[in-house]
Design a protein around this ligand. Sequence first.
Ligand SMILES: NC(=O)c1ccc[n+]([C@@H]2O[C@H](COP(=O)([O-])OP(=O)(O)OC[C@H]3O[C@@H](n4cnc5c(N)ncnc54)[C@H](O)[C@@H]3O)[C@@H](O)[C@H]2O)c1
Length: 467
Amino acid sequence: MATRQKSGKTASGTSRVVKSEGKLQGNARHKSTMDPAKGKLGVMIPGMGAVATTFVAGVEAIRKGLAKPIGSLTQMGTVRLGKRTEGRSPKIKEFVPLATLDDLVFTGWDIFEDNMYEAASNAGVLDHRLLEQLKPFLSSVKPRAAVFDHNYVKKIDGPNVKKGKTKMDLAEQLRQDIRDFRKTSGASRLITMWCGSTESYIEPAAAHQSVKSFEKALRENDEMIAPSMIYAYASLMEGVPFANGAPNLTVDLPVMLELSRQNDAPICGKDFKTGQTLMKTVLAPAFKARLLGLSGWYSTNILGNRDGEVLDDPGSFKTKEESKLGVLEHILQPGLYPELYGNIFHKVRINYYPPRGDNKEGWDNIDIFGWLGYPMQIKVDFLCRDSILAAPIVLDLVLFLDLAQRCSELRGLGIQEWLSFYFKSPMTAPGLYPEHDLFIQLMKLKNTLRHLKGEELITHLGLEYYD
Ligand SMILES: NC(=O)c1ccc[n+]([C@@H]2O[C@H](COP(=O)([O-])OP(=O)(O)OC[C@H]3O[C@@H](n4cnc5c(N)ncnc54)[C@H](O)[C@@H]3O)[C@@H](O)[C@H]2O)c1
């Protein structure tokens, strides 16, 4: 298992001590302080499309008793405490002080003027009968004007867009939106959750290295600053935690880490782990656990929602491709197992196919080999619903990020690596490789909760049962 580096340099060059994982484990009995979840929690969503509307409509349907929060760890999951013989497995939401669904209030930004009812109807994920029951509530959530630039998302354009001379002006307008929402909603805490389209591929550059260089670049309209970064900057400047559901760099930059730490506004990302990659991060660890070799993994998708249309552009697809491709290498560790994983052909395709709408089909052809090198094949055909898989992830991230900000031990860390469970490309401390195995990620998440509450971490050693 990876260990956290002992010290890390922040983007401003100042050294900062990062607690080692070993130390966290040794401290299992130490309790962190967590402020109670008092008052409303405001959820601000750049990008009010399929995922965002399915999430918000779902929360309202659950609040009204019309549906169940299936897929949500915070709502349905439990955490085992102590020995297997103790029979202590409280619900996570009863174990740590999370906001309740009734506490949530919403706002968002989009380049289209549709309110959440109209946007949800257009997205076509939820059936009409359910949406009608939620209409008054969903119609009341109207998009604020977006910070948008067609050059970063080539396939769409819309009228509801802010104007400003410089990117700094636009950041100021977003900051004002955040202050306005804080006031009008009466929320005591806020969270920003990027559910906007996937932007064109950008690599970290000089402009992203520090707050100083980033602010200069904002004033100079530097093209290395994408709209999503302006939302991230505005949120973190306002002390608001930021989660990134798309594969764009956005908060995965030294400048954002610096701001996040400075302002005690936790960050996490990137790219929700929903369909095909969820399956990949379940199957690949199984092959490695059994020392089965892998020669090829061909993944293809057909989907017909707006996300699919955006990803039809090579620039946006490259951003998604990078996010999807990294997974296997990190799980299989070809450096450690060259005979098994040293020569893998890994391909990911996304094909825009309108008839399917949000109901994506993800095919995987997996060529593996076993004892004496004999080849075998596995085919996975996942007929999934993209936004149905993403919505509970959004809910959990909102509640956990808010918890992180109320927690003495987590709020100043910047990146919340314990939330890797939810992402295709989890953010990590600089120099650390990400943990992709779903079950290691889940253990990390639950052990973090146990640690925060001063409970013993679960190692699954279990020798004591045989004393
Ligand atoms: N659904 C999934 O399973 C899943 C999984 C991983 C990642 N994602 C990512 O989540 C994001 C949302 O997915 P979706 O299916 O809801 O897409 P969508 O196209 O339905 O919604 C995205 C919305 O963002 C808006 N938008 C784009 N740029 C904006 C900006 N700068 N400011 C404000 N609004 C902006 C668009 O107008 C659109 O309404 C995408 O980036 C997608 O790649 C989705």
